[in-house]
Design a binder for this molecule. Structure first.
Ligand SMILES: Cc1cc2nc3c(=O)[nH]c(=O)nc-3n(C[C@H](O)[C@H](O)[C@H](O)COP(=O)(O)OP(=O)(O)OC[C@H]3O[C@@H](n4cnc5c(N)ncnc54)[C@H](O)[C@@H]3O)c2cc1C
Length: 451
C-alpha cells in the first residue's frame, strides 16, 4: 500500500514543468518551503522549519499588511497557553510568533495574496508591486477560517450598514481605530461572541442583547456567568434574527423565539454575527485537493498531508475553529513532516513518484450525528499520531456526559467516556487511541455518541 521514497522531494527538475513567466509576472521566488498564511499555524511552522533549514529557505506569504493572523486584532488575553506556556494578549502573541519566525531566518512577505497555482507546488501571488510566482519543494496551507457573513447565513431584511462579523469588527476597531456604533446585538453565544462584546465595549458600544439559537449559551459557563453579571449582557436562547431593519444605517433587528414563534424588535445600530465558521479553503479548492466533507477544509491524514504530494495544511483551515495555540501546534507538527518530506525520508503514501496528484488513499474517518465534523479525516498505516494526540470533533448538540464510540464496518473499535461536556461552538477533543484498533484494509471509521 505504501511505497518507500528516498529521493529528496522536488529537489531537481520538479519545477521544470511549470508555465513560463508571462509578461505581467515579474519574478519567481524559489524556496524550500512556501507557507500561505502568517497566522499562528503558518508562523510556528515557519520558525521550526527555518531553524532547521537555515536563513532564507522558508517563505511565508500573507495578504494582510502585517503578520499575525487573527490574534493581531484580537486585543484581549487568552493566547499562547498550550504552545508557549503563558497567557498573552492576541497582538503580543502575534508579534512574538512573527519575531521568532524572522529570527529563525524565515522570510515573511505581507500584502501578498496567493490567488492560485501555476504548478504542483508553485503559487500565483499578487502584490502591490506586481504579480509573482512562489515555488517550493513543499507548500503548507495555513489560511485559517472565517465567520460566514450575513448573506451566507440567509438572514432576511434590509441591507444597511452596521452589520459585521467579529473579524470585521475587530479589524475596524483595533486596526483602524473606528467606532462601530452605540448599541449592538451580538448573534452567537460562543467564546468568540464574548470577545466581540469586549471589543464593542472597548470601542464605546453597548451590547444590548446576545442571541443564540441553542437552548443554552455555547460558551463555557464561567464566561457566560461573567458576561451576564459583569458586562450586564442579557442572553436570549432559542432565538434567531428574522429581519434586519434600516435604510442606510441599521436601526433594529427583529428576533424570533424558535420555541414559541414570538417575535419582537430590538433597537440597535450594530449587529455582530459571530461563530458559524468556514475554512478559508479557496486555494485547496482551486488546486483540486480532496476536501473533507465535514470541515469543508482540505482532507488530511494525521501527518497533515493533503491529497497533493508535498502540499500540507495546518491550523484552522483544517478544524474551523480551535484556539490559536492548537493551530500553532499543528504548524509545529506539519513542520516535522515537511522536514521528512524534504529529506526524502518521508514514506510516499500517495503512491507513484510523489509528484503527481494521485488522490487520498487510506481509511476515511467520518463524524456521525450529533457530530458535524472530525479531524483529521484520514488514517494511513504507519503514520504518526495527530497533533497533540487528539482527534478533534465539532458537535451540533450539547452532551453533558458524552460517551464517544468509534466503529468500523459495524464493529465497535473503542469507547471513551469524556469528563468534559461536548458543546456546540467549541472543539471537543478525544484521545487518538480510540481509533488504534482500526483495520487499515477496512471501511470508513465512524465516530459518534452512545447512550
Ligand atoms: C474574535 C476572535 C477571538 C478569539 N480569541 C481567541 C483567544 O482568546 N484565544 C485563542 O487561543 N484563540 C482565539 N481565537 C482563535 C484564534 O484566533 C485562531 O485559532 C487562530 O488565529 C488560528 O490560526 P491560523 O494560523 O490557523 O489562522 P489565522 O490566524 O486565521 O491566519 C490565517 C492567515 O492566512 C492569511 N491568508 C488567508 N488566505 C490567504 C491568501 N490566499 N493569501 C495570503 N494570505 C492568506 C490571512 O490573512 C491570515 O493572516 C479567536 C478568534 C476570533 C475570531
Amino acid at each position: 500500500m505504501t511505497t518507500p521514497h528516498r529521493q529528496p522531494h522536488g529537489s531537481d527538475d520538479s519545477h521544470g514543468s511549470q508555465a513560463p513567466l508571462t509578461a505581467d509576472v515579474t519574478e519567481t521566488l524559489s524556496h524550500d518551503v512556501v507557507i500561505v498564511g502568517a497566522g499562528p499555524a503558518g508562523l510556528t511552522a515557519a520558525a521550526r522549519l527555518a531553524e532547521r533549514l537555515g536563513p532564507g529557505r522558508v517563505l511565508v506569504l500573507d495578504r494582510e499588511a502585517a503578520p499575525g493572523g487573527i490574534p493581531r486584532h484580537s486585543d484581549h488575553p487568552g493566547y499562547g497557553m498550550r504552545d508557549l506556556g503563558r497567557f498573552q494578549t492576541g497582538p503580543a502573541y502575534a508579534r512574538g510568533l512573527a519575531e521568532r519566525a524572522l529570527r529563525a531566518g524565515a522570510r515573511i512577505r505581507t500584502e501578498a495574496t496567493v490567488t492560485g497555482w501555476s504548478d504542483v507546488r508553485t503559487l500565483d501571488v499578487t502584490t502591490p508591486e506586481g504579480r509573482l510566482r512562489a515555488e517550493g519543494r513543499a507548500v503548507i496551507l495555513a489560511t485559517g477560517a472565517r465567520e460566514r457573513p450575513r448573506a451566507a447565513r440567509l438572514i432576511p431584511g434590509d441591507r444597511p450598514q452596521g452589520v459585521y462579523t467579529t473579524g470585521q469588527l475587530q479589524n475596524l476597531v483595533h486596526l483602524h481605530a473606528r467606532r462601530p456604533g452605540h448599541r449592538a446585538v451580538v448573534v452567537g453565544a460562543e467564546a468568540v461572541g464574548w470577545s466581540a462584546v469586549l471589543t464593542l465595549r472597548a470601542a464605546g458600544c453597548r451590547t444590548a442583547l446576545m442571541t443564540t439559537h441553542q437552548p443554552t449559551p455555547e460558551s463555557y459557563a464561567a464566561f457566560t456567568f461573567a458576561g451576564r453579571a459583569l458586562l450586564r449582557v442579557p442572553v436570549a436562547t432559542r432565538t434567531r434574527v428574522t429581519r434586519v431593519i434600516g435604510r442606510g444605517r441599521l436601526s433594529a433587528v427583529e428576533i424570533e423565539h424558535t420555541g414559541s414563534g414570538a417575535r419582537r424588535t430590538v433597537d440597535c445600530d450594530t449587529l455582530v454575527l459571530t461563530g458559524d465558521w468556514i475554512p478559508d479553503h479557496e486555494l485547496a479548492r482551486e488546486a483540486g485537493l480532496d476536501l473533507d466533507p465535514g470541515t469543508k477544509g482540505p482532507l488530511v491524514d494525521t501527518a497533515l498531508r493533503t491529497s497533493r504530494p508535498g502540499v500540507f495544511a495546518a491550523g484552522n483551515v483544517l478544524h474551523p475553529v480551535d484556539t490559536a495555540d492548537v493551530a500553532a501546534l499543528d504548524g509545529r507538527h506539519a513542520a516535522d513532516r515537511v522536514t521528512e518530506w524534504l529529506a526524502g525520508a518521508e514514506r510516499c503514501p500517495w503512491g507513484g513518484d510523489g509528484d503527481a496528484s494521485s488522490g487520498s488513499t487510506g481509511v476515511p474517518v467520518l463524524a456521525d450525528a450529533p457530530f458535524r465534523w472530525v479531524a483529521p479525516g484520514l488514517l494511513r498505516p504507519g503514520d504518526p499520531a495527530p497533533p497533540r494526540g487528539h482527534l478533534l470533533l465539532w458537535t451540533g448538540e450539547s452532551a453533558r456526559f458524552p460517551r464517544v464510540v468509534a466503529r468500523q464496518d459495524g464493529r465497535v473499535l473503542a469507547r471513551h467516556r469524556s469528563p468534559w461536556p461536548a458543546a456546540p461552538g467549541r472543539v471537543f477533543r478525544v484521545p487518538w487511541r480510540l481509533l488504534a484498533g482500526h483495520d487499515p484494509d477496512g471501511g470508513p471509521v465512524h465516530v459518534g455518541l452512545e447512550g
